[in-house]
Design a binder for this molecule. Structure first.
Ligand code: AMP
Length: 503
């Protein structure tokens, strides 16, 4: 009803004006019951329809997506009648075993791995999320972040909807349930008119599996085939592991539906521009994946070459990567300048990403747990250390210390992406601006001094786009480097003083 809606809008505005400034772990407002941390998810999704081993295949598919999320894992299956869900905190290998997989019966399945900051580390936020709506049981798994989650949640709460979790993904389920339309596809299309921001989704009902990508295409989602069964996954590496063939990307704005009558696809919504996340290619995706049509390993090696052209180091003796994320770029850098490449830092594969650790003092410890220097590669040499990105600078500072402690003559840090100056609101976990070293400190010389490096050099934004698309970055989101946000951020979500212009 228009009148009620107008009144409601006024209430929302009034409440917004009471909102405190952004605090990374603070409540957004009374009544939301959610924190900013709650909606910072980086995830991987998987789905398969019409395969006798759907649960086991999903388990394998999720293994290949483990780098996208280590906090919780879950699988939902359908046997044509009912949905079963199993989700737990932990890694895929720890969450599932043969007995659990046996209980997940049926020939259709969706799965999820989740990575988030500590504030929302609860089982209730684990996915797939399942509920019952007027059409029956439905489960959903989501990669990305909604940028209008707070107002959507307000609206739904005001209409009497109940929430079990603080995750923005539950909002998507509620929107699908709230829209009355003849088919599930129509309901999802209606949901897409309201949800803003980043979402790559898999949805499962008793007899259908849907794959949905937001119209800007922020996060990847691909379609493959295993023994005739359609498979969807965040990254192609999942398809490779299960032996599926790659067919195509789920297009931005597409709803792909597999059901008893075959497969259909529609694209109800078009965005004014694509905004595929360039950070997927820089850091987040696995190098063996093809993301947005490009082989990630090739791109990263080329970022390293371009970095070497832009920020060479004279008289360097050796190039060493920060493994694993810096390795392809370091190879490219070394090749371009004809400098020997060596593994000067060895990574322990038995600790997770240090970024996950919430407290600064534990994070410091974490770098040492994760990386160890190789003295004979480093001693008395002019060393170039190559990493994919600097966020707070904690890791780099520790690495500079480590390399110097093994007797390096000089240590030069080269980064195969531009300075990270802006937080991501579309699904990559970044801290607030005040914590980003390149937002705090303007000049390269001052950053080098803080990190105790002899010099620091980043890839330019232009160089990055040249590598990715051969041009000016059309079709990509580079907001973490430029502050040009392709989808506006709700004011209560954005830090005070952060620019949230849209382009
Ligand atoms: P920092 O110590 O905060 O500067 O973290 C930088 C390191 O974290 C680099 O080695 C990156 O490979 C890695 N990194 C960058 N972005 C992320 C992210 N969103 N999540 C986890 N790790 C990241």
């Amino acid at each position: 009803m228009p009148v009620k809606f107008a009144k409601y809008r006024t209430q929302v505005r009034a409440r917004r004006s009471e909102l405190p400034g952004y605090e990374h772990s603070g409540k957004l407002s009374r009544g939301h019951g959610i924190t900013v941390k709650d909606i910072h998810d980086e995830c991987g999704v998987f789905g398969i329809y019409g395969h006798p081993d759907a649960a086991t295949i999903s388990y394998l598919g999720l293994h290949a997506l483990q780098h996208r999320g280590q906090e919780s894992a879950g699988i939902a299956t359908s046997d044509g009648q009912e949905l079963k869900v199993y989700r737990q905190m932990g890694l895929v290998a720890d969450v599932f075993n043969a007995d659990v997989l046996k209980t997940l019966t049926g020939s259709a399945a969706i799965g999820h791995v989740r990575y988030s900051t500590a504030g929302s580390s609860t089982l209730l936020n684990a996915q797939p999320m399942k509920c019952i709506y007027s059409g029956g049981s439905i489960a959903l798994a989501h990669n990305g972040n909604l940028t209008n989650f707070a107002s959507l949640r307000h609206q739904l709460l005001a209409r009497g909807h109940l929430f079990q979790s603080s995750s923005d993904s539950e909002i998507l389920l509620q929107l699908v349930a709230a829209h009355y339309a003849p088919t599930l596809g129509d309901r999802v299309a209606a949901m897409m008119t309201q949800a803003r921001g980043a979402y790559s989704l898999v949805i499962l009902t008793a007899d259908q599996m849907l794959a949905v990508r937001d119209p800007h295409g922020f996060r990847p989602l691909v379609l493959g085939r295993l023994e005739g069964a359609p498979v969807v996954a965040s990254e192609t590496t999942s398809l490779g592991l299960i032996g599926a063939t790659y067919e195509r990307e789920i297009e931005p704005g597409e709803i792909f539906i597999a059901g008893p009558n075959g497969e259909t696809s529609c694209s109800p919504i078009k965005a004014p521009r694509l905004a595929r996340c360039v950070f997927e290619q820089i850091y987040f995706a696995r190098p063996d994946s093809v993301v947005f049509g490009r082989q990630v390993n090739t791109l990263r090696t080329e970022f390293g070459r371009q970095l070497a052209r832009e920020q060479p180091v004279q008289n360097a003796d050796v190039v060493i990567p920060v493994p694993d994320s810096g390795t392809p770029a370091a190879i490219g850098f070394a090749e371009q300048l004809n400098i020997p490449f060596a593994m000067g830092l060895i990574r322990s594969h038995y600790v997770g990403r240090t970024f996950i650790e919430p407290e600064q003092r534990i994070r410091h410890f974490g770098v040492k747990l994760k990386l160890a220097p190789v003295a004979e590669v480093i001693k008395d040499r002019v060393v170039v250390v190559v990493d994919d990105s600097i966020v707070r600078g904690t890791t780099s500072q520790k690495i500079m210390d480590m390399v110097r402690s093994r007797g390096a003559r000089e240590v030069h840090l080269r980064i195969s992406s531009p300075p990270t100056r802006w937080p991501c609101y579309y699904g990559i976990d970044t801290p607030s601006r005040k914590e980003l070293i390149a937002a705090r400190i303007e000049s390269l010389a001052d950053i080098a001094q803080e990190l105790t490096a002899d010099s620091v050099g980043y890839l330019s934004v232009e160089g990055m786009h040249q590598v990715v698309s051969g041009g000016g970055g059309d079709g990509y989101c580079d907001a973490c480097f430029t502050g040009r946000y392709p989808v506006s951020i709700e004011d209560q979500y954005a830090p005070r003083g952060d620019k949230t212009d849209t382009v």
